[in-house]
Write a protein that binds this ligand. Structure first.
Ligand code: HEC
Ligand code: HEC
Ligand code: HEC
Ligand code: HEC
Ligand code: HEC
Length: 461
């Protein structure tokens, strides 16, 4: 059987242990980052045509944006203050990944490694998204967070989002902050004793999320995260179904949450929920947030279905597996898929329970079968090697993800049946981190469990 994919895990392991490659790799890294530094500090416009996916900075340069977005420490309010009146929203947000954008135990080691390998060139870039308040109040750098106050540590927090007044471009946090008395949101008709409210159309639009959920490498132009542009090009954008409709509602699909956003508020047909669930079952279980973990599992289970078709020949059965993305507004998986893993697990057993065919199984060392059908995006660095390091991304080496309302197909050859029936189980599996990525974090004994997203069972013969 010929599969479409690369033998990625295998190849990555090989490169990792290959010294001469590593040297070239580091040198290329240094070159990319010389370019990175020039771009970021000079305002960027000059690198427009540097890569296949140029960064269009629009009319405002990065330097101008940096100046507009510079505020005194304390300019953004502490989320604890909002909790007094917006309790439910606060409780939901507090367990969300936005709260942990900076303190995230999986982000920190990756970020510090990037900082170390690039001599600090990535600090500000990563921080723009993962510690936006710290960045805009100039508590970053230094990269270790030693200057952060509590508001900066709270990651992507209430007052950061609700004081955004303009999205310049939905990529690399190109938005404009206006912290102060006015809190912007989807209404404008409520009354609060402590702040003003203002209707803001951008808060109801996907581009608001897209300013962070679209990441382009500033030097190479490689597309690191494309959740927004993917959504924009797909069927949900055409139907007017936004990120908020799926990620700020109670269930995984479009649903409503009637009630009040505060005890002082008006009764509404829908109050935006702030759990922002994604695929992070493992992260949330580890953090002890069982409710959030259950929501993430629900999202993963709503994303896909598996269909099968079979055709029997003399020497066996051709099993066609079709994975359909029925629930996500963007490709599955999306986001930082270069460290995540989604794959197909196929098992055929005979009447005696003996395994006659297997693909995509997890080995003793918790690694997935390198021959598995693998859905993710993987980068190539400047020396042509595969790399899980976003900061070295020069181009996309491998991208097999399933578009919204689209599908992927794979044929498996199941050997001929020697009498009796075969039972075939097909499962779509997800890990929010591959075991390689987990090992690279250097957290002792970190074993990443898999979540089943979808399953199909059939009988042959
Ligand atoms: C003293 C109570 C109180 C506190 C504290 C408070 N709010 Fe509010 N806020 C309200 C009320 C009441 C409304 C009106 C809600 C309605 O009628 O729907 C409101 C509305 C809002 C809205 C909706 C804006 C719109 O019209 O779309 C946002 C956003 C908001 N608050 C953000 C915040 C943030 C951020 C904080 C913390 C920095 C905060 N609030 C602190 C009481 C409060
Ligand atoms: C990642 C950005 C983000 C963060 C963080 C965030 N919000 Fe929101 N919030 C939004 C968006 C976007 C909407 C509008 C959603 C919609 O229209 O469907 C919203 C809606 C609201 C509303 C209006 C609810 C309604 O439907 O009437 C209030 C009040 C509010 N947020 C308060 C808060 C508070 C308090 C916090 C912190 C505990 C917070 N938000 C954190 C993005 C954010
Ligand atoms: C200031 C930048 C910023 C904005 C604006 C923003 N996000 Fe995020 N979002 C992040 C970051 C950073 C993370 C990852 C945090 C981490 O895990 O370290 C994240 C995580 C998430 C996740 C969790 C993914 C998972 O793996 O579980 C979801 C879902 C999400 N965001 C949805 C939204 C939606 C919907 C909006 C718009 C209403 C939005 N975000 C706006 C920066 C942002
Ligand atoms: C039709 C509903 C729907 C829409 C619209 C939608 N999403 Fe999702 N999203 C999902 C589902 C279901 C998942 C879980 C599957 C997965 O993780 O890939 C998900 C997963 C995610 C994740 C987690 C990815 C991961 O596993 O790390 C992020 C981040 C995210 N969405 C952001 C967004 C943003 C930003 C937008 C708008 C540009 C958006 N989503 C639009 C349904 C939706
Ligand atoms: C423009 C915004 C943006 C920038 C800049 C950015 N990120 Fe992120 N990052 C995100 C978003 C959004 C997510 C969540 C996507 C998802 O869940 O798949 C994320 C998730 C991550 C995660 C996964 C965390 C987890 O718990 O799974 C890591 C690790 C990470 N980023 C590292 C970095 C590093 C290192 C840099 C700098 C080289 C960086 N990011 C720069 C937006 C950004």
């Amino acid at each position: 059987m010929k599969q479409k994919g690369l033998k990625t895990d295998h190849e990555m392991n090989y490169k990792k242990t290959n010294r001469p490659f590593q040297t070239v790799f580091l040198l290329t890294g240094a070159l990319i980052f010389a370019a990175f530094a020039i771009f970021w500090h000079n305002g960027g416009g000059t690198v427009h045509s540097a890569g296949p996916n140029p960064v269009d900075t629009g009319a405002v340069t990065q330097k101008e944006l940096d100046e507009i977005n510079t505020f005194e420490p304390g300019a953004f309010e502490n989320p604890e203050r909002c909790a007094a009146c917006h309790r439910e929203i606060y409780d939901a947000w507090r367990g969300s990944k936005h709260r942990f954008a900076w303190e995230d135990p999986f982000y920190q080691p990756d970020y510090l490694k990037a900082s170390h390998e690039t001599e600090g060139f990535t600090d500000v870039f990563c921080g723009e998204c993962h510690a936006p308040v710290a960045r805009r109040t100039r508590q970053l750098p230094p990269p270790d967070g030693s200057l952060f106050d509590d508001i900066s540590k709270a990651g992507v927090s209430c007052d950061f989002c609700h004081t955004v007044k303009e999205v310049v471009e939905p990529v690399n946090v190109k938005n404009i902050s206006d912290p102060g008395r006015i809190k912007r949101g989807p209404r404008g008709d409520g009354r609060s004793p402590i702040h003003d409210v203002q209707f803001s159309d951008i808060h109801t639009e996907a581009a608001f999320c897209g300013s962070c959920h679209n990441v382009v490498h500033p030097a190479s132009g490689a597309v690191v995260i494309d959740t927004y542009s993917d959504w924009e090009a797909g069927p949900y954008a055409r139907e007017g179904i936004t990120c908020q409709d799926c990620h700020m509602t109670p269930g995984p699909g479009v649903s409503k949450n009637p009630g009040k956003s505060s005890f002082m508020a008006k009764e509404r047909a829908h109050v935006a929920t702030h759990f922002f669930p994604g695929g992070s079952v493992f992260f949330q279980e580890r953090a002890g947030n069982d409710e959030q973990a259950a929501r993430a599992r629900e999202m993963l289970e709503a994303a896909a279905v598996i269909e099968t078709e079979t055709e029997t020949f003399e020497n066996g059965t051709a099993l066609l597996v079709r994975v359909k993305n029925v629930g996500a507004g963007h490709k599955i998986p999306t986001g930082v898929t270069y460290i995540r893993k989604m794959w197909l697990e196929v098992t055929a057993t005979d009447a005696a329970g003996e395994v006659v065919f297997a693909s995509g199984h997890v080995a003793e060392d918790n690694r997935v079968d390198p021959e598995a059908v693998l859905y993710q995006k993987i980068f190539r660095d400047g020396a042509g090697n595969l790399t899980p390091k976003s900061w070295l991304a020069e181009e996309i080496a491998y991208d097999r993800r399933i578009p919204p309302k689209g599908h992927d197909e794979q044929v498996f050859q199941i050997p001929a049946n020697s009498g009796g029936k075969y039972r075939v189980t097909v499962r779509l599996m997800y890990r929010s981190m591959s075991q390689d990525a987990a090992d690279a974090l250097g957290i002792d004994g970190l074993r990443v469990p898999a979540v089943e997203m979808a399953r199909a069972e059939i009988e042959l013969g």
